[in-house]
Design a protein around this ligand. Sequence first.
Ligand code: PHE
Length: 369
Amino acid sequence: MADFDAPSDACNPGAGLFAECLVHDWEHRIQAAVDFHELEQARVELLGKNGLLTLELKKLGNLSIDERRSVGARLNCIRESFEGLFQQKKQQLDELELNERLKQEALDVTLPTRPITTGKRHLLTRISDQLSSYFCSRGFLVTSGPEVDSEFNCFDGLNMPSHHPARQEQDTLYLKNHEQMLLRVHTSTMQIRTFSTKGIPVRGISTGAVFRNDAVDATHTPLFHQIEGFVAEPGITMAHMKYCLLDLLSFLFNVDLCAMAKRGDAIPVRFRPSFFPFTEPSSEVDCCCSRVNGELKLDMGGTWMEILGCGMIHPNVFKNCGAETFEDGTPAQGFAFGIGVERIAMLKYGVTDIRHFYDGDIRWLNHYG
Ligand code: PHE
């Protein structure tokens, strides 16, 4: 706001009824008013009915005509300046009051920003990705297929007859109103899909979710993840399967099982005869594990834990896919295996409850991711 203008020469002809020093005092008093009350009080005292300047103006009548003209002009000039000054000061106080009110009424709609977190890949994703790149570097095709699949891809094609217990509703989740469609119970469906679309020879893996009609507890959830591997090439024997799986377990658990086997040392891995309709012979693989300072160790001093299922692919599986022979006419042959991803993660990282994988607890995810 502009300062109060000093009276011009016309307003200031020297000594008069309203002395110059008095003008300055009043200017100062008006400028120093801190609120409307103080300002109004000053106005009444100066320009009110009995105000100082009003009384001076009333005295003009006692003066001679000449004096009246010059003093009158000066006093009116002073009065106009004071009126202007009161007006300016009032605007200033109005503005101050408005600003004060805005400050008090202001609503802070901002929130302090949260520290930026980049997130981490889920432990299951990390293990699946690690295994995918491991197999990729060994010439395996990385395939993926649907979670809802047909009874043929899940059971019949895999040599699982209709009376097989896995086909009962208490084990398998079927789709309502879609007969013969179900949530796949294993990733072995990808053997059927790959052999029948790509033919043989082929070597591939597939990772993904599988579903079982299980009640939830510390070791069971209706959804979990598997990695399926399959190799169909001429001349493939069980020895190849064994080497492939020992190398895989060496990678997973940071040991060199193949070197141990070559040296003739006892290896903490055993191939236990088992049965799967789609492999013959079939086997389950156990590892002898112990935990030292929270770290998993594969050594003969631990306990035997089942890790995966495997076997030589049953000829009926190839037949069901229209892939009975290789190009040179020799019969189709190969091996397959299936691993539970949660099981590996639980073993490797000492997770004791499978439900933790699906809780979505950010602290858990950050720790294990
Ligand atoms: N599909 C089997 C299961 O879910 C695992 C398996 C895969 C076994 C391939 C043998 C060969 O348990």
